[in-house]
Design a protein around this ligand. Sequence first.
Ligand SMILES: [Zn+2]
Ligand SMILES: [Zn+2]
Ligand SMILES: [Zn+2]
Length: 92
Amino acid sequence: MKENTTSCAYSIAWRGYCGKPATAPGRCADHAEVKCQCCGEPAAGECCQTFTQFVCGVPLCDKCEDNGRGQHRRKAEFDKPTWPDGPDGMPY
Ligand SMILES: [Zn+2]
Ligand SMILES: [Zn+2]
Ligand SMILES: [Zn+2]
């Protein structure tokens, strides 16, 4: 999909793009200041990772991903085997 700079392109989990009139390139007033929960860069949209009953929904930039467990990391670091789960981690 081509980005439209006159309407907000912030992606809402399960609902597609926000679509409100943009006050900044590709962002409405509500979403212009939203930062990625993982790295602090401007968020591209909500995390659409789903769990049993709900959607993750935290703001993420396009460089970060959910690992399927509600944890977020930069994609470049995604292959690293260790997660900050504590000494033992989760029995996964
Ligand atoms: Zn918006
Ligand atoms: Zn990020
Ligand atoms: Zn997530």
